[in-house]
Write a new protein. Sequence first.
Lengths: 318, 757
Amino acid sequence: MSARAENSPVRPRSFQEVILRLQAYWAAKGCAILQPYDMEVGAGTFHPATTLRSLGSQPWAAAYVQPSRRPTDGRYGENPNRLQHYYQYQVLIKPSPPDLQELYLGSLDAIGIDTSLHDIRFVEDDWESPTLGAWGLGWEVWCDGMEVSQFTYFQQVGGHDCRPVSGELTYGLERLAMYVLGIDHVMDMPFNDPGSPIPLTYGDIFRQTEQEYSRHNFDGATTEMLLRHFEDAEAECEKLLAFEPQDPNSGKRIVMAHPAYDQCIKASHLFNLLDARGVISVTERQAYIGRVRALAKKCADAFVTTTAGGWVPESAAS
Amino acid sequence: MPDVLIELFSEEIPARMQTRAAEDLRKLVTDGLVEAGLSYAHARAFSTPRRLVLALEGLSAESPTLREDRKGPKVGAPQQALDGFLRSTGLTMEQLHVHEDKKGAFYVAHFQKPGRPAAAILAEVLEKTIRSFPWPKSMRWGSGALRWVRPLHSIIALMVTEAGAEVVPLDIDGITAGNTTRGHRFMAPGAFTVSSFEDYAAKLKRAFVVLDAAERADMIEHEVKNRAFALGLEPIEDKGLLAEVAGLVEWPVVLMGEIGAEFLDLPPEVLQTSMREHQKFFSLKDASGRIVRFVTVANRETADNGATILKGNQKVLTARLSDAKFFWENDLRVVRNEGLTGMAEGLANVTFHNKLGSQKARIDRIAALAREIAPLVGASPDLAEEAARVAKADLRSSMVGEFPELQGTMGVYYAKAAGLPEAVANACKAHYQPLGPSDEVPSEPVSVAVALADKIDTLTGFWAIDEKPTGSKDPFALRRAALGVIRLVLERDASLPLTSNLANHIFLHRTGQTLASIEAMQAEYDRVLSDSNRIHAEAERGLVEQFPAAAEAAMVAKKGDLVRMKDHNDLLLAEVSEAVVRAADLLAFFHDRLKVFLKDQGIRHDVIDACLAMPGNDDLTLLVKRAEALSAFLKTDDGENLLQGFKRANNILTQAEAKDGVEYSFGAEAKFAETDEERALFAALDQAEAQIAPAMAAEDFAAAMSAMAALRAPIDAFFTAVQINTDNQIVRRNRLNLLHRIRTTCAGVADLTKLEG
């Protein structure tokens, strides 16, 4: 224990320092540091670097920040820790290494949580994503009674058994950073170093957008359009997957798993927006989730027939 | 005799699974060893968040040598057969044995099946146990195929004798058994070797791991009490939480903290639930019952004596309680401004079950039913209806949205805040009761009326849509609901005719109408019919000559109405029969539950069956009184003998009826009696009949039983003195008819044919 504690650098001074230290830590542990996916998603798990790459037999190790949107959680920037737009830090390693717990604890040290003074606990929390047709077993990690991360061994994604199993770590960055920095209201959190020539708080950057998007999510978004776009995304996803694998232009086998999955992500976010607008009844809710799940499953089916998904051409296999 | 130590060391095992898993480990391993012919003196299993442990004492060193016999030809059989047997066994004549059985002597080949060393057997049994362990949920990890609750890291499998400790050779998917383990994840993470269970337990303790969950729970409980008493406080007992927390730590360290003054006015249930559910804190209350401190159990000691840990926990608690306080104040504002009915309004948008409509529709049904039931349980119909209308309002409160387990509890607070009468407020919680066989039954009449209405609505609803419990599947807890109705009715001594209530309500569920509305429907039909007839008659009389077209149209319209109404009526009448059939089925379900319930109270199921055959069996209170009286009666000497006499009479009569192909059911006359015993029986039956009918009508079952008991001596005497089957057919018929009177007289009390023995 003491080895880690002694090596711990001093506490970070800003939100971005927490992120930078996580990036440096996981880079040092051999992860590819990816960039956020350029689409609206509800959680870091939706990034194809997690959802699709957890499928198939190819080894994988990636870490990235993912802006995440939860339209129903908008509070006009007033709630101390609820946001409709926030950041997750996501790590996915396949196959899950035997020392993943130790690696994880090392990352807490890296961001200044001295595990010799804090009470870190792994409390049962099984993860399930009905929209992705995915589930896994693991824990929520508690630091002094506060949940700071989700730790999951993926068992199934898109209806496919995960072989090998990926280990997934998800950190809620704002909450974790607030804890490390000792901040009570997210908007008060220093985003860059407080000693910078132009110090910026989280609120300086996001208070206004939280207000604007809260209004948009609850009142502004045009539901008829959202419904139409949902249908479009669903149709487009299915259409892209219905193409013959053989591409006549390039003469190559090209399955459009990622473009189709983009449409699945779109459908999922549109559903979240519709939900925030309050136009989806309880029974309809299940039906919408089922439709998104059906798309996710089809995308997973397609991905495992691609090279990245571990597919081997028959000529090579025989 | 070697001892054995097994440790399965893994990543954190869910707290709720640990105790069961330790027990499964003990059972699977010891069963496997015993099955393989080994014996052991003592076995103990332990669990911590990261390990399952089994300690065995006095295991046999090897399994016994067994003899296996193979039967050969008879002594004296042809040489050919004998040669064949020798060839197949590879033995010589001298090595064969001769056994004898009933058929004579025969040759037997004896084979020795040598015993096997315990270590080899243990390795096999342990591998099988690990590969087929009954975790409620298990997983794979990395590239492996092995399943465990979370990744399994190492195995200790040690056989300990005087000569020393030896590792049992075992390798499971690359995990090789050894003699090494690790201590506390943070306080002593290094590896160390162990040489016996005692050595293991002692070294673990030095490495900050308390092996025994019961010991950890004791430490926590003891320390929590000490902390509380030092401040004149008392911990709120919570065995479930204690067991869970003991499964979350290997080295329990109890820390006590304060609850912010701004939260002390929250209802204690809210504080306790929020702290328990979200943070697994224990609550400490002062003499007045207010919760003023919390206790958290950390998994480690720290250089600052837990100050950092406590500060962190306190901060999380403040955030949680701020939410709870917001919910509480928000809910109070709603009920003060709009009342509980205002809060209940949103229930129209909440689906109870997609085939049974919204919560609002359900509440309307329950309110009407509670009103009907109220007088039967001594409650005011107005209060019962009012209570039913608000009893589920708190489902729309923000607090219950956050903490579903506070449903009912919050209702009481909010009803009082809304200024509703005490009886109405209490029903908000009590109407859910009894929640199980050991839960309290509400006693306030208003609560009883709503509780009954709620449960009957649920049961009839699911009976109306064919969602009955099957086997072990009872997702809507209908057995519990039926038992609830039974206990409520019996506790109150209430006379509630179930059949009509059930049929009415099933009809309501299926058609959205009450049975009473059928009368109105009939009246409406009659009215339209007479209208139609009148128009017809007027047309006939030429009164509408000027407007023949209009009259024609009116007649056609009325005719259409009549056809539609008739179809509708026919449909509803079919639904009435359907409701009656389903109500009978549901009543049988109640009777089954009642049998289970009464069995625990020492009343046999056949006694209940005997009483079920009587009219009024849908009145559970009446039914139970009968069963109790009959049960008591059968335990007396008179009862036992009367039953034998009755059975004898019934058997003779049944046989005679079958043989003669007639029913002897009428016309026994005293004048054909030949003996005093016959005449005495006539007299006794006259007297008993005269007493039984009024006693039954007055529900005086003891009197009915004693009237029946008076028949015992005359029946016994009759059978001793009289031969039923005489040559005189008139006398024989008369006696058989007399036996029939015994049958009918007793049948006025209970159907004794249902009784066993």
